[in-house]
Design a protein around this ligand. Structure first.
Ligand SMILES: *[C@@H]1O[C@H](CO)[C@@H](O)[C@H](O)[C@H]1NC(C)=O
Ligand SMILES: *[C@@H]1O[C@H](CO)[C@@H](O)[C@H](O)[C@H]1NC(C)=O
Ligand SMILES: *[C@@H]1O[C@H](CO)[C@@H](O)[C@H](O)[C@H]1NC(C)=O
Ligand SMILES: *[C@@H]1O[C@H](CO)[C@@H](O)[C@H](O)[C@H]1NC(C)=O
Ligand SMILES: *[C@@H]1O[C@H](CO)[C@@H](O)[C@H](O)[C@H]1NC(C)=O
Ligand SMILES: *[C@@H]1O[C@H](CO)[C@@H](O)[C@H](O)[C@H]1NC(C)=O
Length: 622
């Protein structure tokens, strides 16, 4: 999840307050008009020219000015403004200084920050492969007794969670004694000991899940953990605390069946900041050092050394190659990627992935790809998603399944060999997306897969939850129970029905499930409600339904029907949208929230102009 709205909001505020604007109020309304106009990229380019001027004054000027505007315009609490802008500002200032306007990079920047500009067409690139695609296809299920694999994700453990602290605070994430009014005993909204939907997971909830996993799947072959350990108080992160968070979480995981982890976007500080190798910037090397050390107990020293490079590794378990990739290298929220000319293969990870998959194919192994952000989501760069898709297509007979997290929702996606004529016979891969432990997006959850021990195909997906609404949840603690089995829920709905415990849930099967969603409204609504594990009921019909089914079939991001809505990133908090609508991905099912924010801002022109004038007088190097 990304939570850089404070920064984005301040950028927007700035657009109204540049010197040019101050000197000419009608230009302000022109820019305002451009922001409001979904069709125009020109407004955004005008905004970038202004922002570049400010970035040219230096990082300090950039950060101080935006921080001051953020505070004066009451975009957020002063400490959140200072922390968030201070962490993210220097990276964005560097992007802006190097940026040509207009360019591919500036268009993507406009989309990410302002929801403006049409998405640029994918830059054609043919991924090179060492050998042609063989004629082999997915092996048939073996019929042998299945093994179990556990999957959990997005634990977002808050080490500063306090029982009795207010869950109704003014910050993006609560249940901490930020102020004396939030402290235990001083507030009317005391948090219980086991978590709250306005807060990240307390350690008690994390430990409860690990205990449940050991009880429910004691003989699991291994565990997949698809990342995001650190809490959402992103304005307070620092290297020391993140290292402690990461080490503590992996220490508590010891005793679970062999854990294969990935790098989440929250593991770095600043959040989302993962410089690709070409930048020769080692500022976040400590993330890889920490993770590879923690992982080595399960993946061994050779794979751990591999992981220390840029967070990716492979490890062999039986006849399976588990390949863990660092998806932050393709994530729109990673501001290090907005280079003057964006790289085709940041850190060389695609070339590395091809080598790994080729080795698996040559050795007759099957492969799992695990990572944090699903590569078909709206916040994955479409270029990278296309190149990744070519790799998945080439090695589709070897890749048994893909496993991701990041969205916090219980869902899946499908990759196809032909997106223009999607059908069950050209569905290539299933992307299993695991719901989160953190309760911000619904009932805490984990999954247990039933796996073919020969082909490693997925035979069933069973999601377990701890029901937050259970009356005894905060007293006797979370009780983990089976929520649903994918085979039991969806198997009978397709033709022919798929109920044999030994049958694989193939991409063709999942495609047929999406076809059921088009005509069986009850089945589709059940799927939608399962995204939050029944916590935030949602009604998704009409365009929402069409877009959602398109998104499930959008294993390659340019085909996921994500709508770029102007100002979409200015919403106060991603979580608020999740709570009210049960949807998480950018651009799905929600309207623009830009208009009310602009209205709020309009009354504050004087304040903002003063702040910028002062900053310019202070920093301008004539
Ligand atoms: C103010 O901006 C408008 C629109 O860009 C322009 O037509 C006008 O000439 C400007 N006025 C001054 C005094 O610069
Ligand atoms: C938080 O407090 C405000 C008033 O202080 C109240 O209106 C609101 O309903 C509360 N929110 C929750 C989630 O309890
Ligand atoms: C890092 O963050 C933690 C938790 O917010 C804080 O207690 C600590 O003082 C911070 N350390 C530094 C060096 O800023
Ligand atoms: C699926 O689509 C492909 C084109 O990609 C087409 O050749 C094939 O006939 C279709 N199969 C079915 C069952 O519709
Ligand atoms: C998918 O549906 C088609 C009919 O549209 C059927 O022929 C095929 O067997 C189904 N495959 C699976 C795995 O459900
Ligand atoms: C959770 O518990 C509440 C209260 O008992 C119940 O109404 C709700 O249906 C349960 N949710 C799920 C997903 O089982």
């Amino acid at each position: 999840m990304k939570l850089s709205y404070t920064f984005l909001w301040c950028l927007q505020a700035l657009t109204l307050t540049s010197a040019a604007v101050i000197e000419n109020r009608s230009l302000a309304s022109t820019i305002l008009g451009e922001i409001e106009s979904a069709a125009s990229c020109a407004g955004c380019e005008a905004i970038l020219d202004i922002l570049k001027l400010l970035a040219d004054l230096g990082n300090t000027a950039f950060v101080d000015t935006l921080t001051e505007i953020c505070i004066l315009s009451k975009a957020d609490d002063a400490d959140v403004c200072t922390g968030a802008v201070g962490l993210e500002g220097p990276i964005i200032a560097q992007d802006l200084r190097a940026m040509s306007v207009p360019s591919h990079t500036s268009q993507l920047f406009c989309i990410t920050f302002f929801g403006l500009c049409p998405y640029p067409a994918v830059t054609p690139y043919t991924v090179p492969f060492p050998s042609p695609k063989p004629s082999t296809s997915r092996p048939a299920a073996s019929g042998q007794a299945p093994i179990q694999v556990v999957h959990f994700s997005d634990i977002h453990v808050d080490q500063f969670y306090e029982t009795g602290a207010s869950y109704n605070c003014t910050k993006p994430i609560c249940c901490r004694p930020y102020t004396s009014a939030d402290a235990p005993g001083n507030n009317q909204y005391p948090a219980g000991p086991y978590g709250n939907t306005h807060c990240d997971a307390p350690v008690s909830l994390e430990e409860s899940m690990y205990a449940a996993i050991k009880q429910i799947a004691p003989n699991a072959a291994f565990t997949l953990f698809t990342g995001d350990i650190v809490d959402h108080a992103v304005w307070l992160t620092n290297q020391t605390q993140n290292i402690k968070d990461i080490n503590d979480a992996y220490t508590r995981m010891s005793g679970l069946p062999t854990v294969y982890g990935v790098v989440g976007n929250h593991e770095s500080s600043p959040t989302n900041a993962f410089p690709p190798k070409a930048l020769n910037n080692n500022a976040e090397q400590w993330v890889y050092d920490t993770l590879s050390q923690d992982w080595s107990q399960w993946i061994g020293s050779t794979s751990a050394a591999m992981a220390d490079n840029f967070g990716a590794y492979s490890v062999i378990n039986g006849n399976l190659r588990v390949i863990s990739i660092n998806t932050n290298l393709y994530y729109g929220g990673n501001y290090w990627l907005y280079e003057k000319t964006m790289e085709t293969d940041p850190s060389g990870q695609f070339a590395w992935l091809v080598t790994e998959l080729q080795a698996a194919e040559t050795a007759g192994q099957r492969a799992y790809i695990i990572g944090h952000m699903p590569m078909g989501m709206g916040d994955a760069f479409r270029d990278a998603s296309n190149y990744y898709g070519q790799i998945v297509h080439r090695y589709s007979a070897t890749i048994a399944a893909e496993f991701f997290g990041h969205t916090h929702a219980d869902q899946f996606q499908l990759a196809y060999s032909d997106y223009t004529a999607q059908n069950y016979s050209n569905a290539l891969e299933t992307v299993y997306i695991c719901p989160s432990l953190t309760p911000t997006s619904g009932n805490p959850a984990f999954r247990v897969y039933s796996i073919d021990p020969v082909t490693y195909g997925v035979l069933d997906v069973v999601t377990y939850i701890a029901n937050l609404s259970n009356p005894s949840y905060q007293t006797t603690g979370p009780v983990w129970t089976e929520y649903y089995s994918a085979k039991a829920a969806y198997g009978p709905l397709v033709t022919p029905p798929l109920t044999d415990p030994a049958a694989e849930l193939t991409p063709a099967f999942w495609h047929n499930v999406t076809a059921v969603f088009e005509t069986n409204d009850v089945a589709f609504q059940d799927y939608e409600n399962r995204k939050s594990r029944g916590y935030f009921p949602i009604s998704c019909t009409g365009t929402c339904q069409t877009q959602e089914i398109c998104a499930i079939r959008g294993g390659e991001a340019q085909y996921n029907c994500a709508v770029i809505t102007p100002g979409i990133n200015f919403r106060k908090s991603d979580e608020i949208v999740e709570r009210s609508q049960g949807v998480i991905e950018m651009g799905e099912c929600e309207g623009s929230v830009l208009r009310p924010i602009l209205a709020r801002l309009a009354g504050k022109h004087g304040l903002l102009e003063d702040a910028v004038l002062k900053a310019r007088a202070k920093y301008r190097k004539e």
